[in-house]
Write a protein that binds this ligand. Structure first.
Ligand code: B12
Length: 216
């Protein structure tokens, strides 16, 4: 199987009309690459754009490039959603959200589709979610798992604040908390007292399955 050409990936992500991503996803599905495999190929392009945005890559990228590539990732998500393999049923409820100050949601949405296709029910609170909204939703919905996402270093503290808010309301023992996203590390997850860290959507799924007593 030929690996995707990194230059082609970049031009697909940066295609502001968003016409090329559909052909790419459909071709890679025909090549028998899994949806997660296709996201990994596209995410490598996003990393390159991220490095260029920071001024560390060969090519300089700008906010407009982040916006266009983000939109194309969402198009890919819509195209690939039906291709996620289905497995399991009634495994539990997960509430997901991106923390206060952060509007990145592509990784969270990939994680949510991964959970749903493995038998979890998901409630997505969206982006830029206040700790009071997270805690209020835990109180009213009684989920098994709370999933927090952060891509900006500046929004990392907001993750710890959600856990503190759960403690303040006496809810911490009622829910497992998993954290992930570009800015998060395993060490940070431990520091703030999260129950687990997910390196990516598949790793996060494994940990959620373990929480509800279902192995992989
Ligand atoms: C697209 C993008 C945007 C888009 C987002 C569109 C959207 N709807 O999400 C837009 C244009 C909005 C944007 C804005 C900004 N961005 Co931006 N963005 C990116 C970019 C290029 C890709 C992000 C992405 O979607 N990656 C792909 C997904 C699949 O990866 P992921 O989110 O990490 O998720 C995976 C795992 O982490 C995991 N996961 C994610 N969440 C969770 C949660 C759990 C519980 C689990 C288990 C797993 C999990 O699963 C996913 C799949 O495996 C990154 C660069 C990069 N390499 O990440 C920069 C990046 C995140 N952005 C950055 C910056 C600086 C900004 C801005 C501040 C720019 C500006 N000056 O305005 C703003 C901030 C806006 C805000 N307040 O949030 C920086 C952050 C640097 C830092 N360390 O803080 C990055 C790293 C670029 C860079 N290298 O400088 N951005």
């Amino acid at each position: 199987m030929e690996t995707a050409d990194p230059k082609e990936i970049l031009s697909i992500l940066l295609d502001f009309k968003g016409e090329r991503v559909k052909e790419f996803c459909e071709r890679r599905i025909r090549d028998r690459i899994t949806p997660h495999g296709i996201f990994a190929e596209l995410s490598a392009g996003l990393d390159e754009i991220g490095r260029g945005f920071e001024g560390k890559g060969g090519t300089r990228y700008f906010t407009s490039d982040l916006i266009v590539s983000g939109r194309n990732m969402k198009r890919a998500l819509a195209i690939l959603r039906p291709h996620f393999p289905k497995g399991g049923k009634g495994r539990g409820l997960v509430i997901l959200g991106t923390v206060k100050g952060d509007v990145h949601d592509i990784g969270k949405m990939i994680f949510s589709v991964t959970l749903e296709s493995n038998g979890f029910s998901c409630i997505d609170l969206g982006v830029d979610v206040d700790r009071a909204i997270f805690a209020g939703s835990v109180a009213s919905q009684r989920p098994d798992i709370l999933s927090l996402s952060a891509l900006l270093s500046s929004t990392l503290p907001a993750m710890g604040e959600v856990i503190e808010e759960l403690k303040r309301r006496g809810l911490r023992e009622d829910v497992k908390v998993i954290v992930g996203g570009h800015a998060v590390t395993e060490e940070f997850a431990r520091e703030i007292g999260a129950d687990a860290y997910g390196r990516d959507a598949i790793d996060g799924l494994k940990k959620c399955l373990a929480f509800v007593g279902a192995g992989t």
